[in-house]
Design a protein around this ligand. Structure first.
Ligand SMILES: Nc1ncnc2c1ncn2[C@@H]1O[C@H](COP(=O)(O)OP(=O)(O)O)[C@@H](O)[C@H]1O
Ligand SMILES: O=c1ccn([C@H]2C[C@H](O)[C@@H](COP(=O)(O)O)O2)c(=O)[nH]1
Length: 279
């Protein structure tokens, strides 16, 4: 099995003190610094498969970098996540990572986001495979400060959007199975720490209004029922906590208010959010 990953990792054996260099590759310019170019693809050690007794919880982890506190902003489509991130981007020492929507709208001249909304059964897997890759890239990108604030996560991509496509009968079972295998491999083998989830809780009606106002071309076909399904999945995951594992403590912020009131709420919650404890 040959694997190459961006950034630097060590393959950690939990049960021993041995650290094995696993694979390094990056040529991207991040934070004004070019990563050292490493190209190393090594075969995984024997017993790598998760059904091996030797391989209980080995994960790829960053090598020698002190990790920041990671906060994910979650919420329905057009709930105000980007607006929230804009507010926090003005605070010193916070690195803000928005969702890579521009990539989802244009990958080598193709628009998987638009295709998915036109024909979810055909293109859902295409979009979600790319979302999973780009979100993984966000989680693993080089650290630029003590606090990282991300828009959504690889977890909501799977637990909310993939789940919604599948549950609504729009994703074939085989596509769901392949995406699930990828997701499970990634989360079982790569450390993706999250310390706090800030859930912007809105009524679906509020999102519908804001979506219309934002007027993103691809999203013009979104009906109210779609926002209701996404809302329900978020509530089951983060409020009732009955559907999927929640990777971090959740801070719920009611986000139906107008912009001025929302900014006030962010100000009020700032200390609580920024003092999130690393897990
Ligand atoms: N509190 C608010 N009240 C009214 N409109 C808002 C509020 N927050 C955001 N908006 C507007 O709603 C739209 C969606 O907000 P955005 O931050 O892009 O949401 P998201 O990133 O969650 O999709 C944008 O046009 C934005 O200007
Ligand atoms: O896994 C995902 C994540 C997002 N989307 C869609 C939903 C929206 O149309 C856009 C961006 O979401 P915002 O809430 O406006 O940030 O991407 C998806 O289909 N799958």
């Amino acid at each position: 099995m040959w694997i190459t990953l961006k950034s630097i990792y060590a393959l950690r054996r939990c049960s021993t003190r041995a650290y094995t260099c696993f694979g390094v590759r990056s040529n991207s310019l991040v934070c004004g610094k070019t990563h050292p170019k490493w190209h190393s693809a090594v075969s995984a050690p024997a017993g790598f498969h998760s059904n091996s007794a030797q391989c209980v919880s080995r994960k790829l982890v960053r090598n020698g970098e002190e990790r920041p506190t990671v906060i994910c902003i979650e919420g329905n489509i057009a709930s105000g996540k980007t607006t929230c991130l804009e507010y926090f981007s003005k605070t010193n020492n916070i690195e803000v990572l928005t969702e890579p929507v521009a990539k989802w709208r244009n990958v080598r001249g193709h628009n998987p986001l638009g295709l998915m909304y036109q024909d979810p059964t055909r293109w859902g897997i295409t979009l979600q495979t790319y979302v999973q890759l780009t979100m993984l890239d966000r989680h693993l990108s080089q650290i630029c400060g003590p606090v990282r604030m991300m828009e959504r996560s690889i977890f909501s991509a799977k637990y909310i959007f993939v789940e919604n496509l599948y549950k609504s009968g729009k994703m074939p079972e085989v596509d769901f199975a392949v995406l699930s295998e990828w997701f499970e491999w990634i989360t079982q083998n790569i450390a993706l720490p999250v310390d706090l989830i800030v859930y912007l809780q809105t009524k679906p009606e509020t999102c519908y209004e804001r979506l219309r106002e934002r007027c993103r071309e691809e999203e013009k076909v979104i009906p109210m029922e779609y926002l209701e399904s996404i809302h329900q999945l978020y509530e089951d995951w983060l409020i009732k906590q009955t559907s999927f594992k929640v990777p971090a403590p959740v801070l719920v912020i009611s986000a139906d208010d107008d912009l001025e009131k929302m900014l006030h709420q962010y100000e009020e919650n700032k200390e609580r959010i920024l003092s999130a404890q690393r897990t």
